[in-house]
Design a protein around this ligand. Structure first.
Ligand code: ATP
Length: 252
């Protein structure tokens, strides 16, 4: 198999994405490319449009301009290949579901809405739960978990789904170090399998080294590339203004 051709056709390409919320322009003309096999961090200050970018790519909100193409087709026509975990605050944790219910939901598209889950689906859900270290919590209502455990349940659902493209919005907010380590470990395993993992994050601390590619946003795309290309004083000043010295120490 010619890997270079395969990789090229699996490129994720956002072109000229713009989003308006009534009078607010949340995103302006954002274009970038992501190769498969990368863990991509989406960074920028509060209100920079990070969540909006993911939601526009997935077609969850309308774009005023632009498209997102994956494998030569609109991403919105391939939603069965996508796992999306929104910010924890967007999820109804009082919903009466157990850990096992949520992870099995990852298999719904494969099982069909009116069919029973196959032995394969159950095994894949159990394997996913094991991978995130929550087998013992299988029958626990999701509202009775810690923030880190809740985030791991949704990661397990994404694993059970066997998605090719995974989107996580602020998965590290309010989670313990163990969960952060598990999430990054699994993100890199997925990337090594040739999948693409996109993560909204606003922590510019040490964890930034975990990302293969960074997208720096402030309503428009300021930079896309590796850490050396993106984390320049100029780019950070454009994104964060006068707060740049806080992040960059003496370099600023
Ligand atoms: N449903 C909405 N209606 C109106 N304005 C919105 C809506 N959602 C977001 N916005 C505005 O669009 C801009 C971008 O918001 P978005 O949530 O995408 O940014 P973000 O970078 O994810 O922010 P944060 O880091 O604070 O989560 C902000 O000014 C926000 O107030």
């Amino acid at each position: 198999m010619d890997y270079s051709t395969t990789a090229a056709t699996r490129t994720l390409m956002a072109s000229h994405l713009s989003v308006n919320y009534r009078s607010v322009q949340a995103l302006r003309n954002v274009s970038f490319t992501v190769q498969p096999g990368n863990v991509v961090g989406i960074f920028g200050p509060n209100g920079a449009g990070k969540s909006t970018l993911i939601r526009a790519m997935l077609g969850l909100i309308p774009s005023t301009t632009g498209t997102t193409i994956y494998q030569g087709q609109p991403l919105t026509q391939q939603l069965d290949r996508i796992a999306y975990v929104p910010q924890r605050s967007q999820i109804d944790w009082s919903f009466p579901a157990t850990v096992w219910d949520v992870v099995l939901m990852g298999r719904v598209r494969k099982a069909g809405y009116l069919h029973r889950f196959s032995a394969t689906s159950r095994r894949k859900a159990a394997d996913a739960l094991e991978r995130v270290g929550l087998t013992d919590y299988r029958d626990r209502p999701i509202g009775q978990l810690s923030g880190g455990q809740q985030q791991r349940v949704f990661l397990a659902r994404s694993l059970a789904q066997e998605a090719d493209l995974l989107f996580f919005d602020e998965p590290f907010v309010g989670v313990d170090q163990k969960t952060e380590d598990i999430l990054f470990h699994i993100f890199h395993e997925l990337a090594h399998q040739g999948k693409t993992v996109m993560v909204v994050n606003h922590d510019l601390g040490e964890s930034i080294q975990q990302f293969d590619q960074l997208l720096l946003l402030n309503r428009e795309l300021i930079a896309s590339g590796n850490r050396q290309q993106v984390l320049t004083v100029d780019n950070m000043t454009r994104a964060y203004g006068g707060h740049v010295s806080f992040f960059m120490g003496e370099a600023a």
